[in-house]
Write a protein that binds this ligand. Structure first.
Ligand SMILES: [Zn+2]
Length: 315
């Protein structure tokens, strides 16, 4: 039997009831059998659905306890529909789109759901890039191009690492950084790229220490020919990212939420060749039940919720 539904019709056949959704989550969360989230034992009793009771510590729990779906008052079926929709939108879903498709009463609920799902798009301890990797930084937001190495008002600097796959791009990593100094660039590179990897950058000062960090560092020198694309993979990834921020989100990305959007873009980009949308659904759902719950107050950064436009322009 297949591990996931492949079409919208199959989705509905697979998950006609809340119980069917829960059973699927049980298989994803506890492939070796239900385990107590508190003490970890598999000595667990099935009580009246959806409850389990730990035979060792008497803890009562459900399959959604301690996951992204904890404390949700909406049916799991609606969440599954949301995840199906989000993973089937080729270029990403907006909160308004989610609200419309699911018939959610409030824009804010749709927005909170999207942000919870974006958190699930980052795999903890995900693999770092290796092989041959192009690295550069780019500014997002703000009206004017900024000066490198110094902060530019209203702008966010992002480190972009793109792995080569022949002449094409393999996977990417995007990391927000404070500035383009070596002190900011080096930790971001180490987090994104495996040691020993061949890294290609331009001749910016901030990258001069990469060899000392155990990388094989190639400095790509500008040739006599003007306008030559020195780091073609990074440049392509950056232009797709900027187009996506402007297109899908009409540039309405607040700098404080940029990390979530970078994660979503990375999730989609790195799985763009997946033939099966069902596989994306499966992966996102799997990550959703192995994550800690996200509280609404963490999503909005404790500040007033605003549906502002044009707070982030592509620079
Ligand atoms: Zn227990």
């Amino acid at each position: 039997m297949s591990e996931y539904p492949r079409t919208a019709i199959e989705l509905r056949d697979w998950f006609p009831t809340e119980q069917a959704c829960r059973e699927y989550l049980v298989r994803l969360r506890w492939p070796d059998g239900v385990a107590c989230p508190d003490c970890g034992t598999r000595d667990v009793w099935s009580m009246t659905p959806p409850f389990y009771r730990c035979a060792r510590c008497s803890y009562d729990f459900t399959v959604t306890a301690g996951t992204l779906f904890a404390d949700t008052h909406k049916p799991l079926r609606l969440w599954f529909e949301a995840i199906w929709y989000v993973t089937n939108q080729k270029s990403g879903a907006s909160a308004l789109g989610v609200q419309r498709v699911l018939g959610l009463g409030s824009y804010r609920t749709a927005w909170n759901w999207l942000h919870k799902l974006r958190r699930a798009m980052v795999r903890p301890g995900r693999d770092r890039l290796s092989g041959v990797v192009e690295v550069d930084e780019t500014f997002l937001g703000g009206p004017r191009p900024g000066k490198r190495g110094r902060g530019a008002a209203g702008k966010t600097l992002v480190l972009v690492a793109a792995q080569a796959d022949g002449r094409k791009i393999g996977r990417i990593r995007l990391t927000r950084i404070g500035d383009a100094s070596a002190a900011s660039l080096e930790p971001a590179v180490r987090q994104a790229v495996e040691q020993g990897t061949r890294i290609q950058t331009d001749d910016w000062l901030g990258y001069r220490g990469l060899s000392a960090l155990g990388y094989r560092h190639d400095v790509i020198q500008p040739a006599a020919e003007l306008g030559q694309n020195l780091l073609p993979r990074v440049n392509l990834a950056v232009s797709l990212l900027k187009r996506w921020l402007l297109g899908t989100h009409q540039g309405a990305v607040r700098p404080s939420h940029l990390d979530y959007y970078l994660d979503e873009f990375t999730f989609r980009f790195n799985r763009r060749t997946s033939r099966s949308r069902g596989l994306l659904f499966y992966r996102l759902l799997h990550q959703a039940v192995t994550l800690k719950p996200v509280l609404a107050k963490d999503l909005v950064g404790g500040r007033t919720f605003a549906r502002s436009k044009n707070t982030m322009n592509s620079g």
